[in-house]
Design a protein around this ligand. Sequence first.
Ligand SMILES: C[S@@+](CC[C@H](N)C(=O)[O-])C[C@H]1O[C@@H](n2cnc3c(N)ncnc32)[C@H](O)[C@@H]1O
Length: 233
Amino acid sequence: MGYFTDDLTVKAYKFAYSQNYDHSYPNENIIRLSSALKIKKNSKCLDYGYGFGENLIHFAKKDLDMYGIDIDNDLKRKVFKKISDRNINLKHTPKLHTLKSSDKKLPYKNNFFDFILCNQTLYLLADEVKIQKLLKDIYRITKKNGTLLFTMMSEKNWCCTDGEYLGNNVYSFDDKSKLNKIKGNFLHKYYIVNSIPHIKYLFKDFNVEEVGFFDNSYYGVNGHHYVVVCKKK
Ligand SMILES: C[S@@+](CC[C@H](N)C(=O)[O-])C[C@H]1O[C@@H](n2cnc3c(N)ncnc32)[C@H](O)[C@@H]1O
């Protein structure tokens, strides 16, 4: 039973990554939001759940000092291969770490990061108690007044409309979904937020500066996510 992880989701992503699940570009909403946030060069930044590494590479190219953490050990190799294949010269080499399900503390010092990005990942813990434990440790490693950007899925998202409600704000998504393209073991759960009070309650230890959303809807796929920008108090 993972502490900061959901075992089912860890298995699902390891499976997906073993099937060459990848993206080739950073998330355009994250690019736009990061411009608005004006994170300074050389800032210490963490991409929590860095996955394909595209957002992390985007920030590293802007001279941010990037750290990344995810659950699949092979992702490090893939990210450094992307950097080398594209001949990207970086001022700060990204520091990438693999989270183990037994880890009860993130591997960073207190008050370390100026900026933490957690795009499309926090809700994969699929359990409010685990999310709160992780947020507590994320709070610990953020500098006072540091900025945090989270995206959170809502019920409008296709993973919910095409998934099954399990109670306690958790949905499951599995092979029964006609939209699940990675068949076989890409089975995971999501913790959903559905209102601004719900978001403020979840992020109550932080100063919540902005709650917005991004969305797209075509061919049966709806990508609605809330965007939550916070500061450490
Ligand atoms: C939907 S992908 C998002 C990847 C990336 N953040 C992006 O924006 O493209 C979710 C990522 O979260 C990772 N992940 C899942 N559970 C996690 C956990 N408990 N802690 C850290 N990373 C996790 C997965 O391995 C995957 O890389």
